[in-house]
Design a protein around this ligand. Structure first.
Ligand SMILES: Nc1ncnc2c1ncn2[C@@H]1O[C@H](COP(=O)(O)OP(=O)(O)OP(=O)(O)O)[C@@H](O)[C@H]1O
Length: 241
């Protein structure tokens, strides 16, 4: 089966500093793929390459078999960046309406989808308030809603649950699982171990290098450990090879 995302031989330099070292990565359609690594390991750099926001110095990125950047592929995915790209003077609903209009959604579809995604992130009661009255967590939730507004078949989420309380985090993960069950591919970067555990596949990064990639249970059994935290410490934080 054609991969949703394929990265081959990716290296990247910012100026003279090499931050990504020959990374290969393949994400199957309909799975939740996690990128786990300490701060500065290159997660955001890799997801920016997937979205076409950043061109790798070396290597090829393909979405659905098509080389990025590709205008056609732009419509197929939803991206939630680490910093919220929202219009603070507009209300939550107006922000969503703006993003929906970018995707050319009909008025009826927009209305239905807006209600659905607002409900999903528990912002229905605040939808008519301007975003500059929102807390940090509420802005994150609205950004997530915006990335899902056009029902993308691939969703790329850069630390989506930072600043979100555990109860809502749980409900966001239920929604991600529901989307996955409908065939949506989800790529998520995270520092949070219990989130990493929920991913179908997990890639561990350190210093711009791919240290390991497998299903969580295999990652654990290969090292003879019982938690993803121990896997993370082995590859990312603790004993250096
Ligand atoms: N625009 C840039 N110019 C120079 N260096 C950069 C730039 N963006 C990222 N870097 C560097 O590239 C490396 C990887 O950064 P990146 O943001 O991808 O890491 P990350 O794993 O996403 O970290 P975090 O979890 O803190 O978001 C870091 O050393 C960072 O300082």
């Amino acid at each position: 089966m054609e991969a949703a995302v394929e990265m081959k031989g990716i290296s990247h330099w910012f100026g003279k500093v090499q931050v990504i070292h020959d990374v290969d990565l393949s994400v199957e359609k309909g799975e939740i793929f996690g990128l786990l690594g300490p701060s500065g390991s290159g997660k955001t750099t890799l997801v920016k390459m997937m979205t076409g926001l950043l061109r790798p110095s070396k290597g090829v990125v393909q979405l659905n078999g098509e080389k990025m950047p590709s205008l056609k592929q732009l419509r197929q995915f939803g991206f939630m960046a680490q910093s919220d790209a929202l219009y603070s003077e507009l209300t939550g609903r107006e922000n969503l309406d703006f993003f929906a209009s970018l995707y050319g959604m009909s008025r009826k579809d927009r209305h239905l989808r807006m209600n659905h995604v607002l409900d999903m992130v528990d912002l229905t009661a605040y939808a008519s308030r301007p975003v500059n009255t929102y807390s940090g967590g509420m802005k994150r939730r609205l950004s997530l809603a915006a990335s899902l507004i056009h029902e993308p078949e691939l969703i790329i989420l850069d630390e989506p649950t930072v600043g979100i309380d555990p109860v809502l985090r749980q409900s966001i993960w239920s929604e991600l699982n529901r989307l996955r069950n409908h065939g949506v591919t989800i790529i998520v970067t995270t520092h949070v171990m219990d989130e990493a555990e929920k991913c179908g596949h997990l890639a561990l990064l350190r210093d711009g290098r791919m240290m390991a990639e497998d299903i969580p249970s295999q990652l654990k059994s290969k090292l003879g450990v019982s938690s993803i935290e121990e896997v993370f410490l082995h590859y990312g934080g603790g004993a250096r090879a």
